[in-house]
Design a protein around this ligand. Structure first.
Ligand code: ADP
Length: 449
Protein backbone atom coordinates (compact mmCIF):
# COMPACT_ATOMS: atom_id res chain seq x y z
CA UNK A 1 0.00 0.00 0.00
CA UNK A 2 1.09 3.60 -0.57
CA UNK A 3 2.38 5.56 2.40
CA UNK A 4 1.72 9.03 0.93
CA UNK A 5 -0.73 10.29 -1.71
CA UNK A 6 -0.90 13.71 -3.34
CA UNK A 7 -4.35 14.99 -4.23
CA UNK A 8 -4.26 17.04 -7.42
CA UNK A 9 -7.52 18.86 -6.77
CA UNK A 10 -9.35 21.23 -4.45
CA UNK A 11 -12.72 21.70 -2.75
CA UNK A 12 -15.04 18.96 -1.57
CA UNK A 13 -13.49 16.23 -3.73
CA UNK A 14 -10.04 16.84 -2.26
CA UNK A 15 -11.58 16.38 1.21
CA UNK A 16 -13.34 13.23 0.04
CA UNK A 17 -10.00 11.69 -0.98
CA UNK A 18 -8.19 12.88 2.16
CA UNK A 19 -10.87 11.17 4.27
CA UNK A 20 -10.38 7.84 2.48
CA UNK A 21 -6.60 8.10 2.84
CA UNK A 22 -6.84 8.84 6.52
CA UNK A 23 -9.00 5.76 7.11
CA UNK A 24 -6.42 3.68 5.22
CA UNK A 25 -3.55 5.15 7.28
CA UNK A 26 -2.06 6.94 4.26
CA UNK A 27 -0.45 10.40 4.60
CA UNK A 28 -1.84 13.13 2.33
CA UNK A 29 -0.38 16.06 0.45
CA UNK A 30 -2.67 18.90 -0.60
CA UNK A 31 -1.69 21.14 -3.49
CA UNK A 32 -3.14 24.62 -3.78
CA UNK A 33 -3.06 27.86 -5.73
CA UNK A 34 -2.21 31.13 -3.97
CA UNK A 35 -5.98 31.84 -3.87
CA UNK A 36 -6.59 28.61 -1.90
CA UNK A 37 -3.97 29.01 0.85
CA UNK A 38 -6.82 29.07 3.44
CA UNK A 39 -8.89 26.35 1.85
CA UNK A 40 -10.24 23.44 3.89
CA UNK A 41 -8.36 20.79 1.88
CA UNK A 42 -5.09 22.54 2.78
CA UNK A 43 -6.05 22.57 6.46
CA UNK A 44 -7.10 18.95 6.48
CA UNK A 45 -4.14 17.38 4.67
CA UNK A 46 -0.97 16.30 6.47
CA UNK A 47 1.16 18.52 4.23
CA UNK A 48 0.47 21.16 1.64
CA UNK A 49 2.35 22.80 -1.14
CA UNK A 50 1.60 25.83 -3.30
CA UNK A 51 1.68 25.07 -7.02
CA UNK A 52 0.91 28.41 -8.63
CA UNK A 53 -1.21 31.53 -8.99
CA UNK A 54 -5.05 31.55 -8.86
CA UNK A 55 -5.74 30.60 -12.48
CA UNK A 56 -6.48 26.88 -12.74
CA UNK A 57 -4.33 26.63 -15.86
CA UNK A 58 -1.31 27.85 -13.92
CA UNK A 59 -1.95 25.81 -10.75
CA UNK A 60 -4.26 22.77 -10.65
CA UNK A 61 -3.51 22.05 -14.32
CA UNK A 62 0.20 22.79 -14.02
CA UNK A 63 1.76 19.36 -14.60
CA UNK A 64 5.45 20.28 -14.00
CA UNK A 65 4.57 21.91 -10.67
CA UNK A 66 2.48 18.93 -9.57
CA UNK A 67 5.31 16.54 -10.45
CA UNK A 68 7.72 18.76 -8.48
CA UNK A 69 5.30 18.71 -5.54
CA UNK A 70 5.34 14.89 -5.62
CA UNK A 71 9.12 14.83 -5.69
CA UNK A 72 9.54 17.37 -2.89
CA UNK A 73 7.04 15.60 -0.60
CA UNK A 74 7.84 12.03 -1.58
CA UNK A 75 4.25 11.24 -2.61
CA UNK A 76 4.10 7.85 -4.37
CA UNK A 77 0.71 8.27 -6.01
CA UNK A 78 -1.67 10.98 -7.23
CA UNK A 79 -5.44 11.00 -6.91
CA UNK A 80 -6.87 13.43 -9.50
CA UNK A 81 -10.46 13.73 -8.18
CA UNK A 82 -12.78 14.84 -10.98
CA UNK A 83 -12.27 17.70 -13.45
CA UNK A 84 -8.79 19.28 -13.77
CA UNK A 85 -6.29 16.52 -14.75
CA UNK A 86 -8.56 13.54 -14.04
CA UNK A 87 -9.02 12.62 -17.71
CA UNK A 88 -5.73 13.87 -19.08
CA UNK A 89 -3.80 10.99 -20.66
CA UNK A 90 -0.61 13.04 -21.00
CA UNK A 91 -0.58 13.70 -17.27
CA UNK A 92 -0.82 9.95 -16.61
CA UNK A 93 2.06 9.39 -19.02
CA UNK A 94 4.25 12.02 -17.33
CA UNK A 95 3.50 10.54 -13.88
CA UNK A 96 4.46 7.11 -15.17
CA UNK A 97 7.72 8.50 -16.55
CA UNK A 98 8.47 9.78 -13.04
CA UNK A 99 7.54 6.49 -11.38
CA UNK A 100 4.51 8.00 -9.68
CA UNK A 101 1.28 6.00 -9.67
CA UNK A 102 -1.89 7.55 -11.09
CA UNK A 103 -4.99 6.46 -9.17
CA UNK A 104 -7.19 5.69 -12.13
CA UNK A 105 -7.16 3.85 -15.45
CA UNK A 106 -4.30 3.68 -17.96
CA UNK A 107 -3.41 6.56 -20.29
CA UNK A 108 -4.60 4.39 -23.18
CA UNK A 109 -8.08 3.89 -21.72
CA UNK A 110 -8.38 7.60 -20.94
CA UNK A 111 -7.38 8.39 -24.52
CA UNK A 112 -9.89 5.96 -26.03
CA UNK A 113 -12.83 7.19 -23.94
CA UNK A 114 -11.78 10.87 -24.11
CA UNK A 115 -12.37 10.88 -27.82
CA UNK A 116 -16.11 10.36 -28.13
CA UNK A 117 -15.99 8.94 -31.65
CA UNK A 118 -13.37 6.34 -30.66
CA UNK A 119 -15.30 5.65 -27.45
CA UNK A 120 -18.53 4.98 -29.34
CA UNK A 121 -16.75 2.79 -31.83
CA UNK A 122 -15.07 0.80 -29.02
CA UNK A 123 -18.33 0.36 -27.12
CA UNK A 124 -20.18 -0.72 -30.25
CA UNK A 125 -17.57 -3.43 -30.82
CA UNK A 126 -17.96 -4.52 -27.17
CA UNK A 127 -21.69 -5.01 -27.72
CA UNK A 128 -22.96 -1.85 -26.00
CA UNK A 129 -25.94 -0.17 -27.77
CA UNK A 130 -25.24 3.39 -29.00
CA UNK A 131 -27.33 6.40 -30.10
CA UNK A 132 -27.96 6.10 -33.85
CA UNK A 133 -25.75 8.54 -35.73
CA UNK A 134 -22.95 9.18 -38.15
CA UNK A 135 -20.32 6.53 -38.65
CA UNK A 136 -17.44 8.46 -37.09
CA UNK A 137 -16.53 12.09 -37.80
CA UNK A 138 -18.44 14.35 -40.17
CA UNK A 139 -15.85 16.57 -41.91
CA UNK A 140 -18.05 18.68 -44.19
CA UNK A 141 -21.43 20.41 -44.14
CA UNK A 142 -22.46 18.43 -47.24
CA UNK A 143 -21.85 15.21 -45.34
CA UNK A 144 -23.70 16.63 -42.32
CA UNK A 145 -26.78 17.18 -44.51
CA UNK A 146 -26.49 13.72 -46.03
CA UNK A 147 -26.25 11.96 -42.65
CA UNK A 148 -29.00 14.06 -41.05
CA UNK A 149 -31.42 13.70 -43.96
CA UNK A 150 -31.04 9.93 -43.81
CA UNK A 151 -31.57 9.90 -40.03
CA UNK A 152 -34.28 12.56 -39.91
CA UNK A 153 -34.38 15.70 -37.72
CA UNK A 154 -33.91 16.69 -34.91
CA UNK A 155 -30.20 15.87 -34.71
CA UNK A 156 -27.43 16.93 -32.35
CA UNK A 157 -23.94 17.89 -33.55
CA UNK A 158 -21.35 16.84 -30.96
CA UNK A 159 -17.62 17.47 -30.65
CA UNK A 160 -15.54 14.33 -30.35
CA UNK A 161 -13.38 16.17 -27.79
CA UNK A 162 -16.44 17.64 -26.02
CA UNK A 163 -17.13 17.68 -22.31
CA UNK A 164 -19.07 19.62 -19.69
CA UNK A 165 -21.82 20.28 -22.22
CA UNK A 166 -19.53 22.23 -24.55
CA UNK A 167 -19.22 21.60 -28.26
CA UNK A 168 -22.79 20.33 -28.54
CA UNK A 169 -25.46 21.98 -30.73
CA UNK A 170 -29.01 20.97 -31.48
CA UNK A 171 -30.51 21.21 -34.97
CA UNK A 172 -34.29 20.95 -34.58
CA UNK A 173 -34.85 21.25 -38.30
CA UNK A 174 -32.86 21.23 -41.53
CA UNK A 175 -32.66 25.04 -41.37
CA UNK A 176 -30.70 24.87 -38.09
CA UNK A 177 -28.06 22.43 -39.28
CA UNK A 178 -25.59 24.87 -40.77
CA UNK A 179 -25.44 26.97 -37.58
CA UNK A 180 -25.29 23.89 -35.36
CA UNK A 181 -22.51 22.30 -37.40
CA UNK A 182 -20.26 25.37 -37.59
CA UNK A 183 -21.21 26.45 -34.05
CA UNK A 184 -20.22 23.11 -32.50
CA UNK A 185 -16.98 23.11 -34.48
CA UNK A 186 -16.01 26.64 -33.44
CA UNK A 187 -16.89 26.04 -29.78
CA UNK A 188 -14.89 22.84 -29.69
CA UNK A 189 -11.92 24.38 -31.47
CA UNK A 190 -11.86 27.20 -28.91
CA UNK A 191 -12.34 24.98 -25.85
CA UNK A 192 -10.43 21.83 -26.81
CA UNK A 193 -8.25 22.75 -29.79
CA UNK A 194 -10.00 20.12 -31.91
CA UNK A 195 -12.92 20.78 -34.25
CA UNK A 196 -13.91 17.25 -35.24
CA UNK A 197 -17.65 16.68 -34.83
CA UNK A 198 -20.10 13.82 -35.29
CA UNK A 199 -23.87 13.72 -35.52
CA UNK A 200 -26.43 11.84 -33.45
CA UNK A 201 -30.15 11.44 -33.54
CA UNK A 202 -31.54 13.84 -30.93
CA UNK A 203 -33.67 11.90 -28.49
CA UNK A 204 -36.70 13.88 -27.34
CA UNK A 205 -37.81 12.19 -24.08
CA UNK A 206 -34.85 10.32 -22.64
CA UNK A 207 -33.68 9.94 -19.11
CA UNK A 208 -29.96 10.15 -18.37
CA UNK A 209 -29.02 6.85 -16.81
CA UNK A 210 -25.41 6.04 -16.01
CA UNK A 211 -23.91 2.78 -14.83
CA UNK A 212 -21.10 2.71 -12.27
CA UNK A 213 -18.46 0.15 -13.16
CA UNK A 214 -15.28 -0.90 -11.43
CA UNK A 215 -12.46 -3.00 -12.90
CA UNK A 216 -9.35 -4.62 -11.44
CA UNK A 217 -7.24 -4.00 -14.57
CA UNK A 218 -6.81 -7.75 -15.04
CA UNK A 219 -10.01 -8.66 -16.80
CA UNK A 220 -12.42 -8.71 -13.87
CA UNK A 221 -15.07 -6.04 -13.42
CA UNK A 222 -18.31 -5.41 -11.55
CA UNK A 223 -21.16 -2.96 -11.88
CA UNK A 224 -22.76 -1.01 -9.06
CA UNK A 225 -26.12 -0.29 -10.60
CA UNK A 226 -27.25 2.96 -12.13
CA UNK A 227 -27.81 6.60 -11.24
CA UNK A 228 -30.52 8.74 -12.78
CA UNK A 229 -29.07 12.18 -13.53
CA UNK A 230 -31.83 13.47 -15.78
CA UNK A 231 -32.38 16.70 -13.88
CA UNK A 232 -29.95 18.93 -15.77
CA UNK A 233 -29.52 22.57 -16.64
CA UNK A 234 -27.42 23.31 -19.73
CA UNK A 235 -26.34 19.65 -19.77
CA UNK A 236 -25.04 19.99 -16.20
CA UNK A 237 -26.43 17.70 -13.53
CA UNK A 238 -28.28 19.28 -10.62
CA UNK A 239 -30.00 16.41 -8.76
CA UNK A 240 -29.03 12.73 -8.94
CA UNK A 241 -30.57 9.61 -7.52
CA UNK A 242 -29.98 5.89 -7.21
CA UNK A 243 -31.52 3.53 -8.00
CA UNK A 244 -33.15 5.08 -11.08
CA UNK A 245 -36.92 5.48 -10.55
CA UNK A 246 -37.74 3.89 -13.90
CA UNK A 247 -35.36 0.93 -13.75
CA UNK A 248 -36.53 -2.52 -12.64
CA UNK A 249 -34.13 -5.18 -11.29
CA UNK A 250 -34.05 -7.20 -14.54
CA UNK A 251 -33.22 -4.12 -16.60
CA UNK A 252 -30.54 -3.14 -14.08
CA UNK A 253 -28.96 -6.57 -14.23
CA UNK A 254 -29.06 -6.65 -18.04
CA UNK A 255 -27.43 -3.25 -18.63
CA UNK A 256 -25.12 -3.62 -15.62
CA UNK A 257 -23.74 -6.92 -16.84
CA UNK A 258 -23.29 -5.56 -20.36
CA UNK A 259 -21.24 -2.66 -18.94
CA UNK A 260 -19.19 -4.80 -16.55
CA UNK A 261 -18.40 -7.26 -19.37
CA UNK A 262 -17.42 -4.40 -21.69
CA UNK A 263 -14.89 -2.90 -19.26
CA UNK A 264 -13.63 -6.36 -18.25
CA UNK A 265 -13.05 -6.95 -21.96
CA UNK A 266 -10.56 -4.09 -22.16
CA UNK A 267 -8.90 -4.80 -18.75
CA UNK A 268 -10.14 -1.50 -17.38
CA UNK A 269 -8.76 -0.49 -13.97
CA UNK A 270 -10.62 1.43 -11.28
CA UNK A 271 -13.86 3.40 -11.27
CA UNK A 272 -15.66 4.37 -14.44
CA UNK A 273 -19.10 5.52 -15.51
CA UNK A 274 -20.88 4.50 -18.67
CA UNK A 275 -23.49 7.09 -19.58
CA UNK A 276 -26.68 6.29 -21.48
CA UNK A 277 -29.80 7.94 -22.66
CA UNK A 278 -32.75 5.71 -21.77
CA UNK A 279 -35.90 6.03 -23.85
CA UNK A 280 -38.86 3.66 -24.23
CA UNK A 281 -37.05 0.86 -22.42
CA UNK A 282 -33.92 1.11 -24.57
CA UNK A 283 -30.40 2.21 -23.62
CA UNK A 284 -28.20 4.28 -25.91
CA UNK A 285 -24.54 4.83 -24.97
CA UNK A 286 -23.37 8.46 -25.07
CA UNK A 287 -20.01 8.49 -23.31
CA UNK A 288 -17.77 6.93 -20.69
CA UNK A 289 -16.12 8.92 -17.91
CA UNK A 290 -12.86 7.32 -16.82
CA UNK A 291 -12.85 8.80 -13.32
CA UNK A 292 -14.78 9.23 -10.10
CA UNK A 293 -17.99 11.20 -10.72
CA UNK A 294 -19.31 14.11 -8.67
CA UNK A 295 -22.41 12.01 -7.91
CA UNK A 296 -20.56 8.86 -6.77
CA UNK A 297 -21.88 9.20 -3.17
CA UNK A 298 -25.40 8.07 -4.10
CA UNK A 299 -23.94 4.76 -5.29
CA UNK A 300 -21.80 4.48 -2.17
CA UNK A 301 -24.90 5.09 -0.07
CA UNK A 302 -27.08 2.35 -1.53
CA UNK A 303 -24.32 -0.25 -1.88
CA UNK A 304 -22.57 0.57 1.41
CA UNK A 305 -19.15 0.79 -0.28
CA UNK A 306 -16.27 3.26 -0.41
CA UNK A 307 -15.33 3.76 -4.06
CA UNK A 308 -12.29 5.93 -3.30
CA UNK A 309 -10.70 3.38 -0.98
CA UNK A 310 -11.26 0.72 -3.60
CA UNK A 311 -9.63 2.97 -6.26
CA UNK A 312 -6.58 3.39 -4.03
CA UNK A 313 -6.37 -0.35 -3.33
CA UNK A 314 -6.51 -1.32 -7.00
CA UNK A 315 -3.94 1.37 -7.93
CA UNK A 316 -1.62 -0.02 -5.26
CA UNK A 317 -1.82 -3.44 -6.91
CA UNK A 318 -4.03 -5.03 -4.26
CA UNK A 319 -6.96 -7.24 -5.16
CA UNK A 320 -10.32 -5.60 -5.79
CA UNK A 321 -12.57 -6.71 -2.94
CA UNK A 322 -15.79 -6.12 -4.89
CA UNK A 323 -17.58 -9.31 -5.92
CA UNK A 324 -20.71 -8.97 -8.02
CA UNK A 325 -22.58 -11.50 -5.89
CA UNK A 326 -21.90 -9.47 -2.73
CA UNK A 327 -23.08 -6.17 -4.18
CA UNK A 328 -26.71 -5.47 -3.39
CA UNK A 329 -28.84 -2.37 -3.13
CA UNK A 330 -30.27 -1.20 0.15
CA UNK A 331 -32.66 1.73 0.08
CA UNK A 332 -32.54 4.89 -1.98
CA UNK A 333 -30.21 7.89 -2.15
CA UNK A 334 -30.44 11.40 -3.59
CA UNK A 335 -27.74 14.02 -4.07
CA UNK A 336 -28.33 17.72 -4.69
CA UNK A 337 -25.57 19.98 -5.95
CA UNK A 338 -25.45 23.33 -4.21
CA UNK A 339 -23.71 26.07 -6.18
CA UNK A 340 -22.71 29.58 -5.17
CA UNK A 341 -24.92 31.10 -7.84
CA UNK A 342 -27.62 33.75 -7.86
CA UNK A 343 -31.07 32.65 -8.99
CA UNK A 344 -32.89 32.91 -11.31
CA UNK A 345 -29.97 33.35 -13.73
CA UNK A 346 -27.44 31.09 -12.03
CA UNK A 347 -24.79 33.84 -12.12
CA UNK A 348 -21.69 32.80 -10.13
CA UNK A 349 -21.69 34.41 -6.73
CA UNK A 350 -18.32 34.03 -4.99
CA UNK A 351 -17.70 35.81 -1.68
CA UNK A 352 -17.39 35.41 2.05
CA UNK A 353 -19.40 32.80 3.95
CA UNK A 354 -20.62 34.38 7.18
CA UNK A 355 -22.42 31.32 8.54
CA UNK A 356 -22.24 27.69 7.48
CA UNK A 357 -24.25 25.07 9.27
CA UNK A 358 -24.37 21.54 7.88
CA UNK A 359 -27.42 19.33 8.46
CA UNK A 360 -27.01 16.08 10.35
CA UNK A 361 -28.96 13.12 11.62
CA UNK A 362 -29.65 9.67 10.26
CA UNK A 363 -29.01 9.18 6.56
CA UNK A 364 -27.46 12.59 5.90
CA UNK A 365 -24.04 13.15 4.33
CA UNK A 366 -22.64 16.56 3.58
CA UNK A 367 -19.61 16.78 1.30
CA UNK A 368 -18.42 20.37 1.39
CA UNK A 369 -15.24 22.34 1.93
CA UNK A 370 -17.06 25.37 3.37
CA UNK A 371 -16.50 26.79 6.86
CA UNK A 372 -17.54 29.93 8.73
CA UNK A 373 -15.56 32.90 7.45
CA UNK A 374 -14.32 31.12 4.31
CA UNK A 375 -14.11 33.24 1.17
CA UNK A 376 -15.14 31.40 -2.00
CA UNK A 377 -12.64 32.49 -4.65
CA UNK A 378 -14.00 33.54 -8.05
CA UNK A 379 -11.62 31.40 -10.11
CA UNK A 380 -13.10 27.92 -9.95
CA UNK A 381 -16.26 25.87 -10.30
CA UNK A 382 -19.21 27.20 -8.32
CA UNK A 383 -20.09 23.86 -6.67
CA UNK A 384 -19.77 24.47 -2.91
CA UNK A 385 -21.60 21.55 -1.34
CA UNK A 386 -23.20 18.22 -2.08
CA UNK A 387 -26.00 17.09 0.19
CA UNK A 388 -26.59 13.35 0.00
CA UNK A 389 -29.48 11.72 1.81
CA UNK A 390 -30.33 8.04 2.13
CA UNK A 391 -33.58 6.40 3.15
CA UNK A 392 -35.30 3.03 3.05
CA UNK A 393 -37.61 4.08 0.20
CA UNK A 394 -37.67 6.87 -2.37
CA UNK A 395 -40.52 8.61 -0.51
CA UNK A 396 -38.66 8.46 2.81
CA UNK A 397 -35.55 9.82 1.09
CA UNK A 398 -37.46 12.77 -0.40
CA UNK A 399 -38.87 13.57 3.05
CA UNK A 400 -35.40 13.36 4.55
CA UNK A 401 -34.03 15.64 1.84
CA UNK A 402 -36.64 18.27 2.69
CA UNK A 403 -35.83 17.95 6.38
CA UNK A 404 -32.04 18.22 5.78
CA UNK A 405 -32.43 21.21 3.46
CA UNK A 406 -34.33 22.92 6.25
CA UNK A 407 -31.34 22.53 8.58
CA UNK A 408 -28.69 23.68 6.11
CA UNK A 409 -27.53 27.28 6.44
CA UNK A 410 -25.19 28.98 3.97
CA UNK A 411 -25.14 32.73 4.62
CA UNK A 412 -23.06 35.44 2.98
CA UNK A 413 -23.43 34.44 -0.66
CA UNK A 414 -26.37 33.53 -2.86
CA UNK A 415 -26.76 29.82 -3.54
CA UNK A 416 -28.98 27.50 -5.54
CA UNK A 417 -30.48 26.12 -2.30
CA UNK A 418 -33.96 27.69 -2.74
CA UNK A 419 -34.35 25.75 -5.97
CA UNK A 420 -34.53 22.40 -4.20
CA UNK A 421 -37.40 23.24 -1.85
CA UNK A 422 -39.44 24.30 -4.85
CA UNK A 423 -38.46 21.20 -6.79
CA UNK A 424 -39.61 18.99 -3.92
CA UNK A 425 -43.08 20.54 -4.21
CA UNK A 426 -43.44 19.28 -7.77
CA UNK A 427 -45.61 16.18 -8.28
CA UNK A 428 -43.29 14.98 -11.10
CA UNK A 429 -40.30 15.03 -8.76
CA UNK A 430 -42.30 13.29 -6.05
CA UNK A 431 -43.33 10.55 -8.48
CA UNK A 432 -39.96 10.36 -10.27
CA UNK A 433 -41.54 11.21 -13.60
CA UNK A 434 -39.00 13.44 -15.34
CA UNK A 435 -36.70 13.33 -18.35
CA UNK A 436 -33.58 15.30 -19.37
CA UNK A 437 -35.64 18.26 -20.58
CA UNK A 438 -37.88 18.53 -17.52
CA UNK A 439 -35.75 20.96 -15.48
CA UNK A 440 -35.12 23.45 -18.28
CA UNK A 441 -38.83 23.54 -19.13
CA UNK A 442 -39.72 23.98 -15.47
CA UNK A 443 -37.17 26.81 -15.06
CA UNK A 444 -38.61 28.55 -18.11
CA UNK A 445 -42.12 28.23 -16.71
CA UNK A 446 -40.98 29.62 -13.34
CA UNK A 447 -39.28 32.56 -15.04
CA UNK A 448 -42.47 33.34 -16.94
CA UNK A 449 -44.62 33.42 -13.76
P1 ADP B 1 -20.67 16.07 -22.10
O1 ADP B 1 -19.47 15.18 -22.22
O2 ADP B 1 -20.42 17.45 -22.62
O3 ADP B 1 -21.28 16.06 -20.74
P2 ADP B 1 -22.61 14.10 -23.10
O4 ADP B 1 -22.38 13.38 -24.38
O5 ADP B 1 -22.36 13.35 -21.84
O6 ADP B 1 -21.76 15.47 -23.11
O7 ADP B 1 -24.09 14.68 -23.05
C1 ADP B 1 -24.50 15.51 -21.99
C2 ADP B 1 -26.01 15.66 -22.00
O8 ADP B 1 -26.46 16.18 -23.26
C3 ADP B 1 -26.79 14.37 -21.82
O9 ADP B 1 -26.92 14.00 -20.48
C4 ADP B 1 -28.10 14.75 -22.47
O10 ADP B 1 -28.85 15.57 -21.58
C5 ADP B 1 -27.71 15.61 -23.65
N1 ADP B 1 -27.53 14.80 -24.89
C6 ADP B 1 -26.36 14.29 -25.36
N2 ADP B 1 -26.57 13.56 -26.50
C7 ADP B 1 -27.91 13.62 -26.74
C8 ADP B 1 -28.79 13.06 -27.77
N3 ADP B 1 -28.31 12.30 -28.76
N4 ADP B 1 -30.11 13.33 -27.68
C9 ADP B 1 -30.62 14.10 -26.67
N5 ADP B 1 -29.86 14.65 -25.70
C10 ADP B 1 -28.52 14.42 -25.72
Amino acid sequence: MFSKILIANRGEIALRVIRACRELGILTVAVHSTADADAMHVRMADESICIGPPSGTLSYLNVPNIISACEITGAEAVHPGYGFLSENANFVQVLEDHDIKFIGPTAEHIRIMGDKITAKDTMKKLGVPCVPGSDGGVPTIEEAFKVSDEMGFPVIVKATAGGGGRGMKLAKTRDDLKDAFFGARAESKAAFGNDEVYIEKYLTLPRHIEVQVFGDGKGRAVHLGERDCSLQRRHQKVFEEAPGPGIDPETRERIGKLCADAVAGINYAGAGTIEFLFERGEFFFIEMNTRLQVEHPVTEAIFGVDLVKQQIRVAAGEEMTFRQENLSIKGHAIEVRINAERLPDFTPCPGKITTFHAPGGLGVRMDSALYDGYTIPPYYDSLIAKLIVTGTTRQATLARLRRALGELIVDGVDTTLPLFDRLLDEPDIQSGDYDIHWLEKWLEAQAAE
